[in-house]
Design a binder for this molecule. Structure first.
Ligand code: FAD
Length: 504
């Protein structure tokens, strides 16, 4: 069905009540009513996610040629490297975000979570991310011509009991809002008249589990908050405040050069942050973090930052594709989607995967914003170029033999892994496969000190100058002028008036 695609109500016009295949498979009358997004005039590129990869893609993709529909429960892009700063109020939450509808107003944003992706039938079953009064969340289905899976990953708990219930994560804005409130509440608890000393000590013990960049940056910023702002308002509580960083490896920030790791440890020692390496948390209870040999640490706030785990959608897609099993190392469910050097999902037709949820065969890339952003822009250029070759549509017959060979880009690769790695046709038309350009590593370690490491030019910096580099890079890397101004204002405001101590 070809529908006209004018005006702002374009998406609504494309949605029709119909019997969707996926819904019928679930059975029931309600399922039969699942609305379906029908074929538009232009090929539909369905983008799942609104993080680094998806955001970079929608900035570059040619919306004249494609009907771009972006499905994500999060209606904004978020600059994750500065998320730890928001947990203590150095920077405000909204300063890091850009609404997707502003990022590219020609992209149709749909506030939903994709629950099922049928890569064979090219349909995505989605559920609204907001509910009606009473809790009902509408389901609907979107048909696509090309899907780009960029759903990232979720925080890993490694099955440690109690973490999901009592731990605080630093993954979404909602996490840092809750964390900021809890930190402040612990000080209010400790300041209550007549609070026993043991309870004060417990409330003011902040434990950070995980010595990667996020855990370290949070521990450093929390130490700043205590030293600069809380000291003025709660001077009598200062002797009881403890910040402890627990790390299972033998050092922190292991991706950095050893000298820089030592600098970070020395800086933490100076700031009074206790670092314990080589310890693995075995349980988190309501008020204690349990270590091996039944050592128990009382805590007020436990922040869990130990890495990522795959999302259920990614596992479900990988499970549909037998070719993916080749890459999952014998595990029953792949934890990432294996992609070829052109970011095509191995074993699927017309499907790309980008960012943290993708794993490139033979070239394991770090799960970073740098990789995700570069992959998003690469994929968009690749899709744009495909159209300019005159293919007419991603699933239409190709007009000539020469162009038909370009079909290799999105062709099915399920038969064999070697076929999936056949780069010939794609290489001819898209010149080169994705190559990651590392721009270096940065980490804030508190007390206006940072670490900078740029391997290609063997640059290693630490201290205040590295902090200035850190700030300059992050301000220039903001996705809009508005974000740049907001963050600069926040820094000036924090410097002039201190961090806000109100909790909501
Ligand atoms: P994400 O940015 O995680 O985006 C995933 C998107 O998918 C989200 O919008 C989510 O809502 C959406 N989604 C999830 N499930 C579904 C679904 N079922 N259907 C539809 N949409 C869905 N990297 C660096 O390079 N430098 C740093 O300094 C740095 N610091 C970091 C600090 C923190 C606190 C964190 C959490 C990460 C940091 N990273 C950093 C890592 C970086 O943020 C990630 O590598 C990057 O976000 C990955 O981008 P992505 O697009 O793959 O996924």
């Amino acid at each position: 069905t070809l529908l006209p695609s004018p005006s702002r109500s374009r998406l609504r016009a494309l949605v029709r009540k119909s019997r969707s295949v996926a819904a019928r498979a679930r059975g029931g009358d309600e399922a039969a009513e699942t609305p379906t997004l029908l074929r538009a005039k232009k090929p539909i590129v369905l983008v799942l996610g609104s993080g680094w990869a998806a955001h970079a893609l929608i900035k570059v993709i040619d919306v004249e040629r494609y009907e771009v529909v972006l499905v994500s429960p999060r209606n904004h892009f978020m600059f994750t490297p500065m998320l730890p700063s928001t947990a203590v109020g150095t920077v405000e939450f909204r300063s890091l975000c850009e609404p997707i509808r502003v990022s590219n107003r020609f992209v149709e944003y749909v506030g939903a979570t994709c629950e099922e992706l049928d890569v064979e039938r090219k349909t995505a079953l989605c559920v609204s991310s907001v509910a009606y009064q009473g809790g009902r969340k509408p389901h609907f289905q979107i048909n696509y011509d090309l899907v780009v899976v960029a759903v990232g990953e979720q925080s890993a708990t490694f099955g440690v009991p109690g973490v999901a219930k009592y731990g605080f994560f630093i993954k979404e804005i909602s996490d840092t809002i809750a964390l900021r409130k809890r930190v402040q509440d612990c000080f209010e608890l400790a300041a209550l008249p007549g609070t026993p000393e043991a309870d004060i000590r417990r409330a003011l013990h902040f434990i950070v589990v995980g010595g990667g960049p996020t855990g370290v940056e949070f521990a450093g910023t929390l130490a700043d908050f205590v030293r600069v702002d809380l000291r003025r308002k709660y001077p009598e509580l200062m002797p009881f405040v403890r910040v402890t960083l627990l790390q299972s490896a033998q050092s922190i920030l292991t991706m950095f050069d050893e000298r820089l790791q030592r600098q970070a440890l020395a800086s933490f020692e100076k700031a009074g942050v206790e670092v314990r390496t080589g310890v693995r948390v075995v349980e988190v209870t309501q008020d204690q973090v349990v270590l091996p040999s039944d050592e128990r640490l009382d805590y007020g706030v436990c922040v869990w930052s130990t890495g990522n785990a795959s999302r259920p959608l990614v596992q479900a897609v990988a499970a549909q594709l037998p070719a993916q099993a080749e890459f999952s190392g014998g595990r029953p469910a792949a934890t990432k989607l294996a992609v070829d050097p052109f970011l095509r999902i191995v074993g699927a037709r017309d499907a790309l995967a980008l960012g943290d949820c993708a794993m490139m065969h033979g070239n394991r890339l770090p799960a970073t914003a740098q990789v995700a952003g570069q992959q998003g822009a690469y994929a968009a250029r690749m899709i744009n170029r495909m159209f300019r070759l005159g293919c007419g549509g991603l699933t239409e017959p190709f007009p000539s033999r020469r162009v038909a060979r370009a079909r290799g880009l999105f062709a099915s690769v399920s038969e064999s892994v070697s076929e999936s790695m056949d780069e010939g046709a794609a290489r001819e038309y898209f010149r080169k496969p994705f190559e990651f350009l590392s721009l270096g590593l940065l980490a804030y370690i508190g007390n206006n000190q940072a670490l900078t490491q740029v391997d290609p030019i063997a640059l290693r910096l630490s201290g205040y100058f590295a902090f200035l580099v850190w700030r300059s890079v992050y301000i220039t890397k903001q996705v809009s002028f508005r974000n740049r101004v907001l963050i600069l204002f926040d820094w000036v405001k924090t410097r002039a008036f201190g961090r806000d101590l109100s909790s909501f």
